[in-house]
Design a protein around this ligand. Structure first.
Ligand SMILES: Nc1ncnc2c1ncn2[C@@H]1O[C@H](COP(=O)(O)OP(=O)(O)OP(=O)(O)O)[C@@H](O)[C@H]1O
Ligand SMILES: [Mg+2]
Length: 488
């Protein structure tokens, strides 16, 4: 069940309980209020009745006008109170009875008052009036007693009613508090358990995905907001995974393109390098041929020419050997033990000519006794060619042109450090952060792909090393550090 619906059900339940108990409470409160008012009036009736009986008795004793007049006023008050009582209690039999008794008692008292003047007169049958007076008095006492007992009964009944309604009120409040507390405690316990469990699953899933495991899917059973969230999360991860795969593919393609581009650069260098000895062979041959046609040549001259040609052929051989090595390794991506000196010789056979033409001085510094590394000859050569080409392009228009390639062994960490520094003034800060990103280039369209540095960085990192710019150096200096022995 969805959490929104669960909350809805709980709040509806709480509202129903609240309505039931509030109605019960209002009913009990109004009953309590009525009973309390009835009790107060009954008390007042009792008091007024005592006052009226004492006035009545005073009158009966002295038969004077003053208590009689006061009695009339009190009797009036008493009637008003009884009217109020009737209004509150409605058709109550007890009330009807006491009202009746009161009426009769008052009527009898009025008759006693009327009879008094006859008793006081000097009529001959005065005796008869005295007898009547006695009877009226005893009947009035009976009615007044009835009235008093009736009021007492109403009072004690009302007292019980007050107690009962008060108890009901307290019970309503207590039960309401208990039920509401139960609803609140149960719902918060239930929701807390539900939410924290589901959040935990989401949390764990998000952690796993953030570690790069994009194939992971969060599994939340049921149909609530959390399972919806998990589904959205999963579809987001699927898209990310797809994009990642696409990016990976694009990257692989770019790397391939860049490799081809650097092979293209290499081919241009090779063409330059081979052209030179070829021209030498051609020139020597044509001169020799001309001379042989004209005259008998001395063996020394022929040997000298042939040796010159042999030197040129050796040079071409060397270039081709270097290229074969590179291409064979490039295919096998072979890890092998090689000499840094030999590697630099191969690299220079490919870029040396270009640097010569541009009048760039190249310094190669290798520790005495050479340095041997177990790594990928091809890929490291490729990085060096990239860095030397970049340096060549950067200093092409500077008055001072030099490039220094320096290898150092760091025995304590078994690392080989190589720095390629050029006479430039460093990378401008506004582009220093971007130049390692794929496709970033400041070269004109068609000249640079912007992949050289990003690929070099990737190659070095794949070989277990680090690739960075040395910002401390006053010139432009790219550094890479490699383990002396590749860790497979
Ligand atoms: N030695 C350097 N001196 C100054 N800027 C450099 C140097 N090396 C690289 N850069 C800057 O870094 C950018 C990126 O270099 P990167 O080798 O990645 O690509 P590119 O040389 O532009 O293109 P590509 O290598 O594909 O021919 C260059 O365009 C250049 O602006
Ligand atoms: Mg480059």
């Amino acid at each position: 069940m969805r959490i929104k619906n669960q909350l809805h059900t709980i709040s509806t339940l709480a509202i129903i309980v609240l309505i039931i108990f509030i109605s019960f409470f209002i009913l009990s409160a109004s009953r309590y209020k009525t009973a309390k008012s009835v009790l107060n009036i009954a008390d007042e009736v009792q008091i007024k009745f005592f006052v009226s009986t004492s006035l009545r008795d005073q009158y009966l004793l002295y038969r004077e006008d003053r208590p009689k007049e006061q009695w009339v006023l009190v009797n009036q008050n008493l009637d008003n109170l009884l009217e109020n009582l009737q209004a509150l209690k409605g058709e109550d039999k007890n009330i009807k009875d006491i009202v009746e008794a009161k009426k009769k008692g008052s009527a009898l008292f009025q008759r006693i008052i009327a009879n008094t003047s006859l008793i006081k007169s000097s009529l001959p049958n005065k005796q008869v009036y005295s007898e009547l007076d006695n009877r009226l008095i005893s009947q009035m006492y009976i009615r007044h007693n009835e009235f008093f007992n009736g009021v007492q009964e109403i009072r004690s009944g009302t007292e019980k009613e007050v107690e009962k309604t008060y108890r009901n009120l307290i019970t309503a409040i207590t039960v309401l508090a208990v039920i509401l507390s139960f609803i609140v405690i149960f719902s918060s316990w239930h929701l807390n358990r539900l939410i924290s469990r589901r959040l935990e699953i989401l949390h764990v899933g998000a952690d796993i995905i953030s570690q790069g495991k994009l194939e992971y899917r969060i599994n939340i059973e049921g149909e609530d907001e959390f399972s919806d969230l998990a589904t959205s999360f999963n579809s987001m991860t699927s898209k990310l995974q797809m994009n990642n795969e696409q990016l990976e593919l694009e990257r692989a393609r770019s790397v391939q393109n860049a490799k081809l581009a650097s092979l293209g650069e290499m081919s241009a260098s090779i063409a330059h390098e081979i052209n030179n000895p070829l021209s030498v062979i051609q020139l020597t041959n044509s001169r020799l041929l001309e001379k042989i046609k004209k005259e008998q040549l001395a063996t020394d001259t022929i040997v000298h020419s042939l040796e010159k040609n042999q030197g040129a052929v050796d040079r071409i051989n060397k270039i081709i050997k270097g290229l074969t090595n590179l291409s064979r390794d490039a295919v096998n991506e072979d890890i092998q033990v090689f000499s840094v000196e030999n590697m630099m010789e191969q690299v220079l056979s490919l870029v040396g000519q270009k640097l010569n033409y541009a009048n760039v001085e190249l310094r190669v510094l290798i520790p005495p006794g050479d340095l041997f590394i177990e790594s990928s000859l091809t890929q490291i050569s490729q990085v060096l060619i990239n860095l030397i080409n970049n340096a060549h392009d950067a200093i092409a228009n500077l008055p001072e042109k030099w490039i220094q390639v320096e290898f150092k062994l760091m025995p304590e960490s078994a690392l080989v450090q190589c720095s390629v520094t050029d006479s430039g003034n460093g990378i401008p800060p506004e582009i220093a952060e971007k130049i390692m990103q794929p496709f970033f280039t400041t070269k004109e369209v068609g000249k640079g792909t912007g992949l050289g540095l990003s690929i070099s960085k990737e190659i070095i990192e794949t070989l277990g090393g680090k690739f960075y710019i040395d910002h401390e150096c006053p010139h432009t200096c790219f550094v890479f550090e490699l383990p002396k022995i590749f860790n497979r």
